[in-house]
Design a protein around this ligand. Structure first.
Ligand code: UDP
Ligand code: MG
Length: 317
Protein backbone atom coordinates (compact mmCIF):
# COMPACT_ATOMS: atom_id res chain seq x y z
CA UNK A 1 0.00 0.00 0.00
CA UNK A 2 1.20 3.45 -0.90
CA UNK A 3 1.48 6.21 1.69
CA UNK A 4 2.06 9.79 0.57
CA UNK A 5 3.86 12.08 2.96
CA UNK A 6 3.73 15.72 2.10
CA UNK A 7 5.81 18.58 3.35
CA UNK A 8 5.30 22.27 2.57
CA UNK A 9 8.66 24.02 2.43
CA UNK A 10 9.34 27.70 2.51
CA UNK A 11 12.98 28.67 2.97
CA UNK A 12 13.80 25.42 4.71
CA UNK A 13 17.32 24.77 3.41
CA UNK A 14 18.61 24.42 6.96
CA UNK A 15 15.91 22.09 8.23
CA UNK A 16 15.39 19.88 5.18
CA UNK A 17 18.49 17.69 5.53
CA UNK A 18 17.48 16.83 9.11
CA UNK A 19 13.94 16.10 8.04
CA UNK A 20 14.99 13.90 5.16
CA UNK A 21 17.27 11.92 7.39
CA UNK A 22 14.57 11.48 10.04
CA UNK A 23 12.02 10.45 7.44
CA UNK A 24 14.45 7.97 5.97
CA UNK A 25 14.77 6.35 9.36
CA UNK A 26 11.01 6.17 9.90
CA UNK A 27 10.40 4.77 6.44
CA UNK A 28 13.00 2.11 7.13
CA UNK A 29 11.02 1.08 10.20
CA UNK A 30 7.91 0.51 8.11
CA UNK A 31 8.97 -1.82 5.30
CA UNK A 32 5.40 -3.07 4.85
CA UNK A 33 4.40 0.17 3.12
CA UNK A 34 5.49 1.95 0.00
CA UNK A 35 6.09 5.67 0.28
CA UNK A 36 6.12 8.75 -1.83
CA UNK A 37 7.54 11.96 -0.41
CA UNK A 38 5.97 15.09 -1.81
CA UNK A 39 7.82 18.30 -1.11
CA UNK A 40 6.08 21.49 -2.11
CA UNK A 41 8.49 24.35 -2.51
CA UNK A 42 6.43 27.41 -1.75
CA UNK A 43 8.54 29.97 -3.60
CA UNK A 44 11.57 29.73 -1.32
CA UNK A 45 14.29 32.31 -1.82
CA UNK A 46 17.06 30.09 -0.50
CA UNK A 47 18.50 26.82 -1.75
CA UNK A 48 15.45 24.73 -0.87
CA UNK A 49 14.65 23.95 -4.51
CA UNK A 50 18.15 22.85 -5.48
CA UNK A 51 18.25 20.71 -2.34
CA UNK A 52 14.99 19.07 -3.37
CA UNK A 53 16.29 18.46 -6.88
CA UNK A 54 19.30 16.86 -5.36
CA UNK A 55 17.18 14.56 -3.21
CA UNK A 56 14.96 13.68 -6.17
CA UNK A 57 17.94 12.66 -8.27
CA UNK A 58 19.10 10.26 -5.55
CA UNK A 59 15.76 9.02 -4.31
CA UNK A 60 12.99 8.05 -6.71
CA UNK A 61 10.37 8.37 -3.97
CA UNK A 62 10.92 12.11 -3.87
CA UNK A 63 8.41 14.20 -5.75
CA UNK A 64 8.84 17.93 -5.68
CA UNK A 65 6.43 20.58 -6.81
CA UNK A 66 7.77 24.08 -7.04
CA UNK A 67 5.56 27.18 -7.03
CA UNK A 68 6.30 30.24 -9.13
CA UNK A 69 6.26 32.37 -5.97
CA UNK A 70 5.24 32.17 -2.31
CA UNK A 71 1.56 31.27 -2.13
CA UNK A 72 1.39 30.34 1.54
CA UNK A 73 1.27 27.08 3.45
CA UNK A 74 -2.42 26.51 2.74
CA UNK A 75 -1.85 26.56 -0.99
CA UNK A 76 1.19 24.33 -0.60
CA UNK A 77 -0.86 21.77 1.35
CA UNK A 78 -3.59 21.82 -1.26
CA UNK A 79 -1.09 21.28 -4.06
CA UNK A 80 0.44 18.39 -2.15
CA UNK A 81 -2.92 16.79 -1.39
CA UNK A 82 -3.97 17.03 -5.04
CA UNK A 83 -0.75 15.40 -6.16
CA UNK A 84 -0.80 12.63 -3.55
CA UNK A 85 -1.56 9.20 -4.95
CA UNK A 86 -1.38 7.26 -1.71
CA UNK A 87 -4.17 5.40 -0.02
CA UNK A 88 -3.12 7.21 3.16
CA UNK A 89 -1.75 10.72 3.19
CA UNK A 90 0.39 12.27 5.91
CA UNK A 91 1.07 15.95 6.34
CA UNK A 92 4.01 17.39 8.23
CA UNK A 93 6.09 20.55 8.59
CA UNK A 94 9.63 20.72 7.34
CA UNK A 95 11.10 22.04 10.56
CA UNK A 96 10.77 18.85 12.68
CA UNK A 97 8.20 20.52 14.94
CA UNK A 98 6.01 17.65 13.82
CA UNK A 99 8.20 14.80 15.00
CA UNK A 100 8.44 12.18 12.21
CA UNK A 101 9.12 9.62 14.92
CA UNK A 102 5.40 9.65 15.72
CA UNK A 103 4.52 8.43 12.23
CA UNK A 104 4.84 4.66 12.82
CA UNK A 105 2.46 4.93 15.75
CA UNK A 106 0.03 6.90 13.59
CA UNK A 107 0.15 4.29 10.83
CA UNK A 108 -0.50 1.60 13.38
CA UNK A 109 -3.61 3.36 14.61
CA UNK A 110 -4.96 3.57 11.07
CA UNK A 111 -4.01 -0.04 10.46
CA UNK A 112 -6.08 -1.13 13.46
CA UNK A 113 -9.00 0.75 11.92
CA UNK A 114 -9.54 2.80 15.04
CA UNK A 115 -10.18 5.93 13.05
CA UNK A 116 -9.94 7.68 9.67
CA UNK A 117 -7.69 10.49 10.79
CA UNK A 118 -4.87 10.46 13.28
CA UNK A 119 -4.29 14.07 14.19
CA UNK A 120 -1.90 15.59 16.68
CA UNK A 121 -2.02 18.37 19.19
CA UNK A 122 0.69 19.84 21.27
CA UNK A 123 -0.12 20.01 24.91
CA UNK A 124 2.26 22.80 25.76
CA UNK A 125 3.33 25.95 24.04
CA UNK A 126 6.66 26.18 25.73
CA UNK A 127 9.28 28.15 23.89
CA UNK A 128 6.65 30.47 22.49
CA UNK A 129 6.32 34.13 23.48
CA UNK A 130 3.58 34.33 26.19
CA UNK A 131 1.70 37.07 24.39
CA UNK A 132 1.46 34.87 21.32
CA UNK A 133 0.06 31.99 23.37
CA UNK A 134 -2.44 34.34 24.97
CA UNK A 135 -3.73 35.55 21.62
CA UNK A 136 -3.83 31.98 20.35
CA UNK A 137 -5.98 30.91 23.30
CA UNK A 138 -8.35 33.86 22.81
CA UNK A 139 -8.64 32.92 19.17
CA UNK A 140 -9.61 29.30 19.88
CA UNK A 141 -12.10 30.44 22.46
CA UNK A 142 -13.74 32.85 20.00
CA UNK A 143 -13.84 30.56 17.03
CA UNK A 144 -15.29 27.66 19.00
CA UNK A 145 -17.92 29.87 20.49
CA UNK A 146 -19.13 31.26 17.19
CA UNK A 147 -18.73 28.44 14.69
CA UNK A 148 -20.23 24.98 14.46
CA UNK A 149 -16.91 23.32 13.78
CA UNK A 150 -14.83 22.46 16.80
CA UNK A 151 -11.25 23.49 16.46
CA UNK A 152 -9.02 21.89 19.04
CA UNK A 153 -6.57 24.16 20.83
CA UNK A 154 -3.03 23.27 19.93
CA UNK A 155 -4.12 21.09 17.02
CA UNK A 156 -1.42 20.92 14.39
CA UNK A 157 -1.70 20.26 10.71
CA UNK A 158 0.42 17.17 11.39
CA UNK A 159 -1.87 14.23 10.61
CA UNK A 160 -2.36 11.08 8.60
CA UNK A 161 -5.65 10.55 6.79
CA UNK A 162 -7.37 7.97 4.68
CA UNK A 163 -8.21 8.59 1.04
CA UNK A 164 -11.90 9.54 1.56
CA UNK A 165 -10.84 12.26 4.00
CA UNK A 166 -8.33 13.64 1.50
CA UNK A 167 -10.94 13.67 -1.24
CA UNK A 168 -13.38 15.47 1.03
CA UNK A 169 -10.78 18.11 1.84
CA UNK A 170 -9.97 18.59 -1.82
CA UNK A 171 -13.65 18.92 -2.67
CA UNK A 172 -13.88 22.09 -0.60
CA UNK A 173 -12.97 24.41 -3.42
CA UNK A 174 -12.65 27.68 -1.56
CA UNK A 175 -9.76 29.94 -2.52
CA UNK A 176 -8.96 31.25 0.93
CA UNK A 177 -8.34 28.14 2.85
CA UNK A 178 -8.29 27.82 6.59
CA UNK A 179 -7.14 24.25 7.07
CA UNK A 180 -7.72 23.98 10.78
CA UNK A 181 -11.38 24.70 10.07
CA UNK A 182 -11.55 22.56 6.95
CA UNK A 183 -10.10 19.54 8.75
CA UNK A 184 -12.71 19.92 11.47
CA UNK A 185 -15.49 20.61 8.99
CA UNK A 186 -15.08 17.40 6.97
CA UNK A 187 -15.60 15.31 10.08
CA UNK A 188 -14.70 11.56 10.06
CA UNK A 189 -13.46 9.57 13.02
CA UNK A 190 -10.50 11.41 14.46
CA UNK A 191 -8.04 10.25 17.10
CA UNK A 192 -5.74 12.73 18.78
CA UNK A 193 -2.15 12.07 19.63
CA UNK A 194 -0.61 14.48 22.08
CA UNK A 195 2.96 15.60 22.20
CA UNK A 196 5.09 18.26 23.85
CA UNK A 197 5.94 21.32 21.80
CA UNK A 198 9.23 20.93 19.98
CA UNK A 199 11.17 23.96 18.83
CA UNK A 200 12.07 24.16 15.18
CA UNK A 201 15.37 22.51 14.44
CA UNK A 202 16.86 25.24 12.30
CA UNK A 203 15.90 28.43 10.54
CA UNK A 204 13.14 30.60 11.91
CA UNK A 205 9.37 30.69 11.99
CA UNK A 206 7.70 31.97 8.84
CA UNK A 207 4.87 33.50 10.80
CA UNK A 208 5.05 37.05 12.03
CA UNK A 209 2.59 38.17 14.66
CA UNK A 210 0.74 40.21 12.04
CA UNK A 211 0.51 37.24 9.68
CA UNK A 212 -0.97 35.16 12.50
CA UNK A 213 -3.46 37.89 13.32
CA UNK A 214 -4.64 38.00 9.69
CA UNK A 215 -4.84 34.23 9.76
CA UNK A 216 -7.07 34.32 12.83
CA UNK A 217 -9.45 36.83 11.22
CA UNK A 218 -9.41 34.67 8.11
CA UNK A 219 -10.40 31.66 10.16
CA UNK A 220 -13.29 33.40 11.82
CA UNK A 221 -14.61 34.97 8.63
CA UNK A 222 -14.32 31.65 6.80
CA UNK A 223 -16.33 29.67 9.26
CA UNK A 224 -18.94 31.94 10.73
CA UNK A 225 -21.05 34.91 9.84
CA UNK A 226 -21.65 35.69 13.52
CA UNK A 227 -19.74 39.00 13.38
CA UNK A 228 -22.31 40.27 10.89
CA UNK A 229 -25.05 39.36 13.29
CA UNK A 230 -23.20 41.04 16.14
CA UNK A 231 -23.06 44.22 14.05
CA UNK A 232 -26.80 44.03 13.45
CA UNK A 233 -27.59 43.46 17.12
CA UNK A 234 -25.28 46.23 18.27
CA UNK A 235 -26.88 48.61 15.79
CA UNK A 236 -30.32 47.60 16.96
CA UNK A 237 -29.40 48.01 20.61
CA UNK A 238 -27.82 51.43 20.06
CA UNK A 239 -30.80 52.75 18.13
CA UNK A 240 -33.09 51.52 20.84
CA UNK A 241 -30.96 53.15 23.54
CA UNK A 242 -30.85 56.39 21.54
CA UNK A 243 -34.61 56.37 21.18
CA UNK A 244 -35.14 55.70 24.87
CA UNK A 245 -32.78 58.52 25.69
CA UNK A 246 -34.69 60.82 23.36
CA UNK A 247 -38.00 60.04 25.04
CA UNK A 248 -36.44 60.47 28.46
CA UNK A 249 -34.92 63.78 27.51
CA UNK A 250 -38.12 65.06 25.97
CA UNK A 251 -40.11 64.36 29.12
CA UNK A 252 -37.31 65.72 31.26
CA UNK A 253 -37.27 68.96 29.23
CA UNK A 254 -41.01 69.41 29.56
CA UNK A 255 -41.02 68.82 33.31
CA UNK A 256 -38.06 71.09 34.06
CA UNK A 257 -38.74 73.57 31.26
CA UNK A 258 -35.16 73.62 30.07
CA UNK A 259 -35.66 73.98 26.33
CA UNK A 260 -34.23 77.49 26.28
CA UNK A 261 -30.90 76.25 27.60
CA UNK A 262 -28.11 74.76 25.50
CA UNK A 263 -26.20 72.11 27.36
CA UNK A 264 -24.65 68.72 27.09
CA UNK A 265 -21.93 69.18 24.49
CA UNK A 266 -19.60 66.60 26.02
CA UNK A 267 -22.24 63.91 26.20
CA UNK A 268 -23.40 64.70 22.68
CA UNK A 269 -19.88 64.53 21.36
CA UNK A 270 -19.06 61.28 23.08
CA UNK A 271 -22.27 59.67 21.86
CA UNK A 272 -21.57 60.73 18.32
CA UNK A 273 -18.02 59.44 18.46
CA UNK A 274 -19.16 56.19 19.98
CA UNK A 275 -21.83 55.62 17.39
CA UNK A 276 -19.49 56.72 14.60
CA UNK A 277 -17.01 54.14 15.82
CA UNK A 278 -19.64 51.43 15.89
CA UNK A 279 -20.75 52.30 12.36
CA UNK A 280 -17.19 52.14 11.09
CA UNK A 281 -16.62 48.83 12.82
CA UNK A 282 -19.77 47.35 11.34
CA UNK A 283 -18.70 48.59 7.91
CA UNK A 284 -15.32 46.99 8.46
CA UNK A 285 -16.97 43.67 9.31
CA UNK A 286 -19.13 43.85 6.21
CA UNK A 287 -16.03 44.79 4.26
CA UNK A 288 -14.23 41.63 5.44
CA UNK A 289 -17.01 39.44 4.12
CA UNK A 290 -17.39 41.44 0.93
CA UNK A 291 -13.67 41.15 0.25
CA UNK A 292 -13.86 37.44 0.83
CA UNK A 293 -16.76 37.07 -1.56
CA UNK A 294 -14.89 39.16 -4.11
CA UNK A 295 -11.82 36.97 -3.95
CA UNK A 296 -13.85 33.76 -4.14
CA UNK A 297 -15.80 35.05 -7.11
CA UNK A 298 -12.65 35.68 -9.11
CA UNK A 299 -11.88 31.98 -8.93
CA UNK A 300 -8.19 32.39 -9.40
CA UNK A 301 -6.11 29.25 -9.06
CA UNK A 302 -4.70 28.64 -5.59
CA UNK A 303 -1.15 28.46 -6.88
CA UNK A 304 0.95 28.41 -10.01
CA UNK A 305 3.36 25.53 -10.51
CA UNK A 306 6.67 26.39 -12.08
CA UNK A 307 8.27 22.95 -11.86
CA UNK A 308 7.18 19.45 -11.04
CA UNK A 309 9.49 16.47 -11.44
CA UNK A 310 6.72 13.90 -11.74
CA UNK A 311 4.10 15.71 -13.72
CA UNK A 312 2.60 13.43 -16.34
CA UNK A 313 1.94 14.94 -19.73
CA UNK A 314 -1.63 15.85 -20.40
CA UNK A 315 -2.67 15.12 -16.84
CA UNK A 316 -3.89 17.75 -14.40
CA UNK A 317 -4.30 21.43 -15.10
N1 UDP B 1 5.39 27.27 5.08
C1 UDP B 1 5.05 27.35 3.73
N2 UDP B 1 4.73 28.57 3.21
C2 UDP B 1 4.68 29.72 3.96
C3 UDP B 1 4.99 29.61 5.34
C4 UDP B 1 5.35 28.38 5.86
O1 UDP B 1 5.06 26.36 3.02
O2 UDP B 1 4.38 30.78 3.41
C5 UDP B 1 5.77 25.97 5.65
C6 UDP B 1 7.12 25.96 6.36
O3 UDP B 1 8.17 25.67 5.47
C7 UDP B 1 6.93 24.83 7.38
C8 UDP B 1 5.45 24.93 7.71
O4 UDP B 1 4.84 25.66 6.65
O5 UDP B 1 7.17 23.55 6.82
C9 UDP B 1 5.22 25.63 9.05
O6 UDP B 1 5.89 26.86 9.07
P1 UDP B 1 6.62 27.41 10.36
O7 UDP B 1 7.42 26.32 10.98
O8 UDP B 1 7.35 28.64 9.96
O9 UDP B 1 5.37 27.78 11.26
P2 UDP B 1 5.24 27.56 12.84
O10 UDP B 1 5.70 26.17 13.15
O11 UDP B 1 6.09 28.59 13.46
O12 UDP B 1 3.78 27.74 13.10
MG1 MG C 1 7.33 25.33 12.69
Amino acid sequence: MLISLLVPCYNEEEALPFLYEALGKVLGECPQYEFELIFVNDGSRDKTLSLLKDLASKDSRVHYISFSRNFGKEAAMYAGLSAAKGEWVGLLDADMQDPPSLLPQMFEMLEKDECDIVATRRVSRKGEPPIRSWFARRFYHLINRFTDVEIVDGARDFRVMRRPVVDAILSLGERQRFSKGIFAWVGFRTKWLEFENVERIAGETKWSFWKLFRYAIEGIVSFTTAPLRIATFTGFFLSFAAFAYLVYYFIHAIIYRIWDKVAGYPSLLSFMLFIGGMVLMALGVIGEYLAKTYIEVKRRPLYVIAEDNKKEEGEKK
